[in-house]
Design a binder for this molecule. Structure first.
Ligand code: HEM
Length: 408
């Protein structure tokens, strides 16, 4: 008999408020492990009173993200969010990240050629150059440096400029528009304003590219899809804005978190430094262990669906919790151990199903280059403050660090 929402977290059986708190830097909220063991599809209550379900196990996560009875349409009234501000942004989402099929695939296909492994590897020399320049600037400035401001924020922003063929100087404005979007305490008006500003920036960029065509991602999409009439400029502006947002904060926070996690595990860091062939598995393990996107992917049930013995009712929200499924012992032996030599590592940090991350190849190249080069350049790098004094983003939908003072 399917259950209607018994709850492992509270004696009263009333679904508790979500999200939960992390108590320590690299530990997940303890409710995730509890749910995985006792009630892997667990009911929670959102800020607006809506009921939602957490998918805490790998198998349920994959099942739901392939199931078309769940919608990923951000603009729906019943689409689940963890804050009111996020609701305001979701309502404005016009790009394919917030669409169901067949519309999603129609738009996404126009961009897949731009994100192939081959194209991303072709960007590697530029990424190496940009990383080298930022590390040179850090060396020149001398310790202490803020690794967030001087490297982790700058590199993905410069890479996005490279990808879009936009001037490097524009990154400050792009960052301003993207900044704070994921904060849990941001107001709905602020969130909507920055989302609108970024779309306007993209409209202007498209107009500039049309005046001066170029052989970069935006130039090619304009030539192949806008010119023949199968993509209009407004849809393109919305997609560009979404890609700019998606490609920045995630990678930035992976860089800062990854540096701290490696420094906190000297044996793993020593192995990484000694063996360049560990670069790729180390980045996969960092992605698995850190899972910076905290409350995604999200879906809403279009009809009553039974999952893991629970009935998810039409209109209920679903949070497919990547951080939790990445610690599922049924998939990852000894899941709470950070081990850069892990052999099989099919983590879900980039999501799954039709919305799996389009930019994962680019993110991987950036992370592989930055961790390798950083520790080559500064082999004695260390944090200037103890772990418990570092400013972790406990209040953000993308987990990370606000600042990271380092010395060498
Ligand atoms: C470490 C860095 C990154 C992480 C952890 C990450 C994570 C994710 C996740 C979890 C999703 C799925 C969202 C959902 O199902 O609702 C996603 C989607 C997406 N990501 Fe990433 N991402 C990263 C970097 C990037 C980069 C560098 C780009 C582009 C330059 C990018 C572009 C996108 C796009 C366009 C989508 C939407 C795909 C679709 O709906 O079809 N991401 N990402």
């Amino acid at each position: 008999m399917p259950d209607e929402g018994g709850c492992p977290f509270s004696d009263s059986g009333t679904p508790p408020p979500f999200p939960f708190r992390r108590d320590r830097q690299f530990d997940l909220p303890e409710e995730y492990a509890l749910a995985r063991q006792t009630c892997p599809v667990a009911a929670v209550t959102l800020w607006n009173g809506q009921r939602a379900w957490l998918l805490t196990r790998y198998a349920d996560y994959q099942k739901v993200l392939l199931d078309e009875r769940f919608s990923g349409a951000f603009a729906r009234e019943d689409f689940p969010t963890v804050t009111e501000a996020r609701r305001a942004i979701d309502k404005l989402e016009r790009a394919f990240v917030g669409m169901d099929n067949p519309r999603h695939d129609r738009f996404r296909r126009m961009f897949t050629r731009e994100f192939t492994t081959k194209r991303m590897l072709a960007l590697k020399p530029q990424i190496e150059r940009l990383t080298g320049d930022l590390l040179d600037a850090m060396a020149e400035k001398g310790p202490p440096c803020d690794l967030v401001a001087d490297l982790a924020v700058e590199l993905p922003a410069l890479v996005m400029c490279e990808l879009f063929g936009s001037p490097y100087e524009d990154r400050t404005y792009i960052l301003k528009c993207a900044a704070g979007r994921h904060g849990l305490s941001q107001s709905a008006d602020e969130a909507a304003q920055s989302a609108n500003d970024l779309v306007q920036y993209c409209r202007d960029l498209i107009a500039a590219k049309e005046r001066a065509p170029a052989d970069d991602m935006l130039g090619r999409v304009i030539r192949d899809h806008v010119a023949p009439g199968d993509l209009n400029r407004e849809d393109l502006a919305n997609i560009c804005s979404m890609i700019l947002r998606a490609g920045h904060d995630t990678t930035t926070n992976m860089i800062s978190l990854g540096v701290v996690l490696l420094l906190e595990h000297p044996d793993q860091l020593a192995a990484f430094k000694a063996d360049p062939s560990l670069t790729e598995p180390a980045v996969e393990e960092l992605l698995r262990y850190l899972s910076p996107v905290q409350f995604a992917p999200r879906r809403v049930a279009l009809e009553d669906v039974e999952i893991g013995g629970m009935t998810i009712r039409k209109g209920d929200g679903v949070f497919a919790l990547s951080p939790s499924v990445n610690r599922d012992p049924d998939e990852f032996p000894d899941p709470d151990r950070f081990d850069i030599t892990r052999r099989t590592n099919h983590h879900m940090s980039f999501g799954f199903g039709i919305h799996r991350c389009l930019g994962q190849g680019l993110a991987r190249v950036e992370l592989q280059v930055v961790f390798r080069k950083l520790f080559e350049r500064f082999p004695d790098l260390r944090t200037a403050e103890p772990l418990n004094r570092l400013a972790f983003k406990y209040d953000s939908q993308i987990y990370g660090l606000y600042e990271l003072p380092v010395v060498w």
